[in-house]
Design a protein around this ligand. Structure first.
Ligand code: FAD
Length: 292
């Protein structure tokens, strides 16, 4: 099913993100994670593409196919266009189509150190336009409540986001954030600029001190003082840090749902334990909003 249609049916769409194993590891290493996530019956699972600038071995199509056909859950395949020619993109689109995949998160990708590569696409908007013109995929795009790190201002970034949405985006997924107020302000701002598609909040439970510091720096997300204290207190105790991170994320999510968020996307970091705990605590809340 197309995720945009799912948004028409449900008040809050609940989903997970996973990443494929690095090319040197067999694809089977992610199967247990996938099956554990599948047991939690999310509305969809997204699969990243060449994340972190690693070699672009396209295991995204294969994993998306597995999510669709083995787990019977809707997949959303991420696709980046930096350094890609139309022919490369055509190959992947054909693979996804052959696998019955209907949903793509269309991205530019990070510019590698040393500058932009030769490419038929400059921005995600170019990729979105191309996919829209040549196929029938349901297209999502990324958005940044605290602005994209390269952009000079949030206002300018929202102008660019509007261009992306106008190319044919059905829904948006945010970069991780820790202050819900940043998300609410962002939603108000994009509404006034004429962006009315559903916005799903990307939530990363902060269960590991090092990983979190790296992610927040990479993404430009502001870390609340409360969270810094939490990392200081529990950061060296993995079990305590995991529980604290899950509780913080749950607090964020409960508040977002109470304030009308249209979707929650958990960056699972391939950790089914974290996803399971979050799903367990949200079960009644999601049932309550979606049945009301
Ligand atoms: P764009 O929308 O093209 O924006 C990139 C920058 O260009 C922004 O600063 C924007 O303001 C600016 N810009 C856009 N249009 C114009 C214009 N016309 N003129 C001037 N400036 C412009 N990366 C991966 O490699 N693999 C993944 O699977 C992946 N998944 C992600 C999932 C989510 C939900 C998010 C939020 C990010 C993900 N990323 C992933 C990271 C993403 O690729 C980077 O953030 C990348 O730097 C920007 O991608 P984009 O699609 O937002 O780019």
């Amino acid at each position: 099913m197309k995720i945009s249609k799912l948004h028409e049916k449900k008040k809050v769409v609940f989903s997970f993100e996973i990443f494929p194993p690095k090319p040197q590891y067999p694809i089977e290493t992610v199967y247990d994670t996938l099956e554990a996530l599948g047991d939690l019956s999310p509305d969809f699972i997204s699969v990243t593409y060449g994340a972190g600038g690693s070699v672009r071995e396209n295991r995204t199509s294969e994993l998306s196919g597995m999510i669709k056909h083995k787990l019977k859950i809707e997949p959303m395949a991420h696709l980046t266009c930096v350094g890609s020619r139309k022919a490369d993109i055509n190959t992947i689109l054909a693979e996804l189509q052959a696998g019955g995949i209907q949903n793509i998160l269309a991205l530019r990708g990070d510019i590698p150190e040393g500058g932009a590569l030769d490419s038929d696409f400059t921005y995600a908007a170019d990729l979105i336009r191309y996919i829209k013109e040549t196929t029938d995929f349901d297209i999502a795009a990324a958005c940044y409540p605290e602005k994209h790190t390269e952009c000079e201002s949030l206002e300018k970034d929202i102008e660019h986001l509007k261009q992306k949405v106008d190319c044919g985006v059905g829904h948006l997924v945010t970069q991780l954030f820790f202050y819900n107020d940043h998300f609410y302000d962002f939603c108000d701002k994009i509404e006034t600029k004429g962006i009315h598609v559903p916005v799903t909040a990307g939530i990363m439970p902060m269960v590991n001190k090092k990983q979190m510091e790296r992610m927040a720096t990479m993404c430009g997300a502001q870390i609340p003082e409360k969270h810094r204290q939490m990392m200081e207190k529990y950061g060296d105790d993995p079990a305590a840090m995991r529980e604290a991170g899950i509780i913080y994320a749950l607090e964020q999510i409960v508040d977002l749902i109470a304030n009308g968020v249209r979707g929650i996307h958990i960056y699972t970091m391939n950790n089914p334990l974290v996803a399971r705990k979050i799903s367990m605590y949200l079960q009644n809340i999601l049932a309550s909003v979606n049945e009301s």
